[in-house]
Design a protein around this ligand. Structure first.
Ligand SMILES: Cc1cc2nc3c(=O)[nH]c(=O)nc-3n(C[C@H](O)[C@H](O)[C@H](O)COP(=O)(O)OP(=O)(O)OC[C@H]3O[C@@H](n4cnc5c(N)ncnc54)[C@H](O)[C@@H]3O)c2cc1C
Length: 463
């Protein structure tokens, strides 16, 4: 056995790829990270210009207390504010008035449907959508808009795209308080990963989309045709020891890279649209799992106002408009400890994206929500006080093309199949590969650590 350091190729410099790289590097592996875009972070992305303080354009809240990522954030100096100390407001279904969550729950018995789906384990039908379930249960259609806002959009899509069973499994599988989320007050996820993974950032090849992955196992050493003559001596040297690199990949420009293992962390959309070719082809079960998963369409909108006109203790605001799910941005100012801001963020996903992608229709939706705010908050000057709007559509971000992998119809055990290594050489990490905590930052982080650990263990067994 050669004592040469083993090398791992990692595709994607989002949190899962960086976590894997960092853990492997710490354990004596050589790592190379290939990122198609010109920056790291993937669906973690910040904006420092719009608000005068840092905004999260992508992943924002930490959805699991005491998870490894929660502890990483603390270690990197994050001040985490639990959002259960803040209020969640709803526009009453009957009147254009705000209600706090307790009032809403008791008036509309919302918890009833949540319990039905999450606790009723008899619902085994993965092909039934939440929309279909509600209609069978006789839920009045005026309620759909609510469920679309906080069951649909939050899960990356519309009610007609989300499976009752997958949603129930997801909610019950998270094993954490459904409502306990954490806001970063003094830093951003981008800064956390920049700091935590600083030692591996120099190993990123930026603007390097990978288009072909050859994983040959012990079967055959693939000869680089172009470099054959130049590198003949080196290649022979490598082949002799039979301890050769087993993965050969190519980027869009045709450059070739080799390694002992490979971890693919790209969003599921990139495997579905076949921007990466696998040789040999992936096992049929794996291909089927990839086909069954679904990355939602979606993004985030930010509104900056001259003044605040929503309640001081508000975290989320659910309004009866197409832009329905909004929340207040908190930020700790270094000098004043001021935590309230004049910025509202909104999450959009699912069917509303048809309109958001058309600039004219998007403008109409913006007008609609501003008018709604004026009436609900009884503050007629809302439009005059609007300073700026920022819209980031992840569906249009090249090499990402979506928000997160939703609990979609007929997903079955796809996540489980997806995260199984192929031939102990080819690994699949990234949020979609987490069987209980997909769609999240902490989940994506754990998948990177998981596959790094698998490779570390494999090497230990070989020694
Ligand atoms: C709008 C929005 C809001 C969100 N809100 C939250 C939230 O509040 N809380 C939460 O926990 N999570 C949230 N998430 C989800 C969270 O951000 C993601 O689950 C997580 O960041 C995904 O990390 P990842 O490493 O799996 O994938 P990514 O971050 O997508 O990283 C994959 C990387 O692969 C690169 N890539 C793609 N194709 C190739 C190729 N061919 N070659 C090389 N590189 C390639 C991509 O450019 C990308 O950088 C949100 C996401 C979005 C979009």
């Amino acid at each position: 056995m050669s004592t040469k350091r083993k090398s791992v190729l990692i595709i994607g410099a989002g949190i899962s790829g960086l976590a894997a790289a960092h853990s492997l590097h710490e354990n004596g592996f050589d790592v190379q990270i290939f990122e198609a875009r010109k920056e790291f972070g993937g669906r973690i992305r910040k904006d420092d210009q719009f608000a005068g303080f840092t905004l999260e354009v992508g992943g924002e809240e930490i959805h699991k207390v005491n998870s490894p990522y929660y502890h990483l954030a603390l270690k990197m100096g994050a001040d985490l504010k639990p959002d259960d100390t803040l209020n969640h407001y709803f526009e009453d279904i009957e009147k254009e008035e705000l209600m706090d969550r307790e009032e809403f729950l008791s008036k509309y018995n919302d918890q009833y449907f949540y319990n039905e789906v999450v606790q009723n384990r008899d619902i085994q039908d993965d092909s039934q959508s939440l929309q279909n379930f509600f209609s069978k249960k006789g839920l009045k259609s005026q309620f759909y808009q609510w469920y679309e806002a906080f069951w649909g959009i939050e899960n990356g899509g519309s009610l007609n795209e989300i499976s009752v069973k997958a949603y129930g499994d997801y909610e019950s599988g998270r094993k954490s308080d459904h409502d306990l989320n954490f806001i970063l007050m003094n830093t951003s996820h981008y800064e956390i990963i920049e700091k935590a993974f600083a030692s591996v950032l120099p190993f990123i090849h930026y603007s390097t989309p990978i288009t072909e992955i050859n994983y040959f196992g012990e079967k055959e050493f693939p000869v680089d045709r172009e470099q054959e003559d130049e590198d003949e001596d080196d290649e022979e040297e490598d082949c002799k020891g039979k301890d050769f690199n087993r993965v050969v990949i190519f980027d869009k420009q045709g450059n070739r890279y080799e390694g002992d293992y490979i971890i693919v962390t790209v969003p599921i959309s990139q495997l579905q649209n076949k921007t990466i070719r696998f040789n040999p082809e992936l096992p049929p079960q794996k291909q089927d799992a990839i086909r069954r998963m679904k990355l939602g369409r979606g993004g985030k909108i930010h509104f900056k106002f001259k003044n605040r006109f929503w309640p001081d203790n508000a975290r989320t605001l659910f309004l009866r408009s197409k832009i329905s799910f909004l929340w207040n941005q908190y930020h700790e100012q270094k000098d004043t400890d001021e935590i309230q801001t004049n910025v509202l963020a909104g999450l959009l996903a699912g069917d509303v994206m048809d309109e958001m992608q058309d600039p004219e229709k998007r403008q109409a939706l913006i007008e609609e929500v501003l008018e709604k705010m004026a009436r609900v908050f009884k503050y007629p000057k809302v439009k005059e006080e609007l300073l700026d709007v920022m819209w980031n559509d992840f569906t249009n971000f090249e090499y990402i093309q979506g928000n997160y992998s939703m609990p979609t119809l007929n997903i079955g055990s796809s996540r489980y199949i997806y995260q199984q290594p192929v031939d102990n050489i080819l690994f699949f990490a990234g949020e979609a590969s987490h069987t209980t905590d997909s769609m999240t930052i902490h989940g994506a982080y754990e998948t990177g650590l998981r596959d790094a650990q698998r490779i570390i263990e494999l090497q230990k067994e070989k020694k």
